[in-house]
Each structure stands twice: as structure tokens, then as C-alpha cells.
Ligand binder design. Structure first.
Ligand SMILES: [Mn+2]
Length: 366
């Protein structure tokens, strides 16, 4: 038998008088998903059942239809602020920093829609996030679609409040510009952080079209402002044509470890991540995952695709290889739904965010 947590009887008080979906109030949150004990049904509201303990538990699709309800990340409860949370999913819907195909402003809502498939446990790794950390969806940052610099200011201010509570932000992008103001807020709390940056591009340009802020410049700005512990930065998956013979010279010059995609071809990345973990040590680490790190065969719905990229399996190996690190924030950026005709890119993004939640500190494993 496996142990379980319950949507406890006492939490029924939360359902009282509410309207909406019919669901079982007492259920085992387990791999088999069988009912445990009382099988009576009650009405639950769109504020989904909250466990009797301190954790949020999304409703199981065995009892509540996947397609029902307002789309939140992983069908978790929505709350206005990060108060009381160990981790929060938060959307940053911009594409005004994009240099090529737009559309990433629609990323958060499509990732949320595709996340309805995701169940409570990570079946491969036996992670049980909802038994160990309190997570909710705290909605989107209210960005300024007409002014990217103002947007950055708004993101920084919002993230300052999120991290001030001790909550770990799991960000749904949005184009990669957002990593800069997020890291401003994160480094303000934690000091210069280690960075695991998974991407087809280094995103270290100084200027694009005369502008300092854009989705090709965030990590250059971060270095300018001392937000990164440069000896603890790893960039993985870089590839494609460049502006110079060695496109990654600047990164190496800062002390970053650069792992080009060609070094990853045909390989498991488990050994690489062992090295990355020792590079990161015990200090705070931020994980920034651009969906364009993956091959466009798997993730075509993105703004600046590059051929011959990583596989979803390698993406999972990278994220799972972050287990044990002192992660203080994660993002998944550059999903562009207009170019994602099958929804597979958003589905990948949703699953990668779930996997990020599963490797956060304090998450229980069976
Ligand atoms: Mn990027």
C-alpha cells in the first residue's frame, strides 16, 4: 500500500453552500485514485477542494472532468497573492521583447489549458509535490504591452512581493525578456544567484536595434547588474548561426559554462547534470528554460526556432538533474501559441513546469 493524504472531511466546510461541480469530497490522492472511505458526493465550487492540512490538492480527473472549471495551472486553486505558499505558478504574458515571430503573450493561458492533463504525482520519479509543499496559481502580472521598460518595472515590483514571502515563483512566459526583471527581484532577496539557462540562444547580446532591453539581452543585463554568480552559470543547448565565429565567447569570458547543443547530441544528459550540480553547490540557483532549447520538431510553437536541438527526454533529464539544488525560482519561456497548431509546445511547457515544481526543495519522494 502507499500512503496518502486526504481531502479531509473537515474541509467540507469549505464546500458548504457552494455551487458548481459535483465531486467526491473524500478521496485518496493516490496513484490508483480509488475512493477511500466515504464515497458520498457534495457540491464543490470553482475554488477547488483544499486539503485539511496546509496543502492544496487539485481535483483528480477521475472525479472532476478535466475540461471543467477556469483554467489554472495544473487545476490548482487560484489565489491573489503568494502569501502562505511554498511555490506559485505565475504568468507573465508578454511578447513585446520578441525579435521574430510574436505570440508568446498567449503562452501562459495556453500552458494553463494544456496543464489540465497533468496528474498529482510524477509517475517516473515518484515525486509527490502536493503532499509536501503548498502551491497555487497566482495569476498573471499586469504588464504594459505598449512599453517594455515599464513592463520590466512592473515585473520586478511584482516579483519582489512574491519572493518577500519566501514563495518560489514558477513562471509561465512570456518572452525571455522577463528573466531580467525576475532575476532583479530574486537577487535582491538572495544575492547573486547561480543560473541554469537552457536555451538555443545565449541571450547575452548587448543591444538589439539600439535597445538594451529585449529577449536577446536579459543575461547581459543581469551580468551588468551583478545579479549572477558567474562561476555558477551553465548555459545548455546553445546552437545555430551567429553574429561572429564564436557566438559564445562573451559567455565563456564571464566564467559561464557553455554546453552547446552539439555536445548534447545522441547523449543522456544525466552525467552532465551531475557536473552542473557540483558547479552550483549549495547556493541559490535559478532555472530559466527557453522552450526553443528543444528541437522545433517537438516544440515548433516558439518565436526563434533553431534546428537540431534537445529532445524532450533531455529536457526532463536537465530538470530532474536539478533535484537537490537550492532552487529559488524557475521559468519556462517563449511558448508562442499561434505557431503551436497542435498544442504540443504548450503541453511540453506545462509538463516541464510541473517537473520543475517536483524538484523544488522540500518536495517529498516515494
Ligand atoms: Mn531565450
Amino acid at each position: 500500500m502507499f500512503s496518502s493524504i486526504r481531502i479531509a472531511n473537515k474541509s467540507r466546510a469549505l464546500f458548504a453552500g457552494s455551487q458548481g461541480l459535483k465531486a467526491c469530497a473524500s478521496q485518496r490522492l493516490g496513484k490508483c485514485g480509488k475512493l477511500d472511505g466515504d464515497q458520498s458526493s457534495v457540491n464543490v465550487s470553482f475554488r477547488r477542494p483544499i486539503s485539511g492540512k496546509s496543502f492544496n490538492v487539485p481535483p483528480s480527473a477521475e472525479f472532476v472532468a478535466r475540461v471543467s472549471g477556469i483554467a489554472t495551472m495544473c487545476k490548482l486553486p487560484f489565489q491573489e497573492t503568494a502569501d502562505g505558499l511554498d511555490a506559485a505558478f505565475v504568468g507573465v504574458p508578454i511578447d513585446t521583447g520578441t525579435s521574430n515571430r510574436p505570440g508568446a503573450r498567449f503562452g501562459p493561458r495556453h500552458i494553463r489549458a494544456e496543464s489540465a492533463m497533468i496528474r498529482a504525482y510524477c509517475g517516473w520519479t515518484r515525486a509527490a509535490p502536493y503532499e509536501s509543499i503548498k502551491v497555487a496559481d497566482i495569476g498573471d502580472i499586469n504588464v504594459n504591452l505598449f512599453d517594455l521598460k515599464d513592463t520590466c518595472k512592473k515585473i520586478q515590483e511584482a516579483y519582489r512581493k512574491i519572493v518577500a514571502t519566501g514563495c518560489i515563483p514558477l513562471t509561465l512566459g512570456g518572452d525571455h525578456t522577463i528573466a531580467y526583471p525576475i532575476l532583479q527581484a530574486v537577487a535582491e532577496r538572495h544575492g547573486p544567484v547561480g543560473l541554469i539557462h537552457v536555451d538555443a540562444h545565449a541571450d547575452t547580446s548587448d543591444m538589439i536595434l539600439g535597445e538594451k532591453i529585449g529577449h536577446g539581452t536579459p543575461f547581459r543585463r543581469c551580468v551588468d547588474e551583478g545579479l549572477l554568480d558567474c562561476k555558477r552559470v551553465a548555459q545548455i543547448g546553445l546552437r545555430g548561426s551567429g553574429y561572429s565565429p564564436d557566438n559564445y565567447e562573451w559567455s565563456r569570458g564571464q566564467g559561464f559554462r557553455v554546453v552547446e547543443a552539439v555536445e548534447c547530441w545522441h547523449k543522456s544528459l544525466v552525467p552532465l547534470m551531475e557536473e552542473v550540480r557540483s558547479q552550483m553547490g549549495s547556493g541559490p540557483v535559478y532555472l530559466s528554460f527557453d522552450i526553443d532549447s528543444l528541437d522545433p520538431a517537438f516544440a515548433p510553437g516558439t518565436g526563434t526556432p533553431e534546428i537540431a536541438g534537445l529532445t524532450p527526454i533531455q529536457g526532463l533529464e536537465i530538470i530532474r538533474g536539478c533535484r537537490g539544488l537550492n532552487l529559488v525560482g524557475c521559468d519556462l519561456v517563449e511558448v508562442s501559441p499561434p505557431y503551436d497548431t497542435t498544442g504540443n509546445t504548450a503541453l511540453l511547457g506545462a509538463n516541464l513546469l510541473f517537473e520543475m515544481m517536483c524538484v523544488l526543495p522540500k518536495v517529498k519522494y516515494y
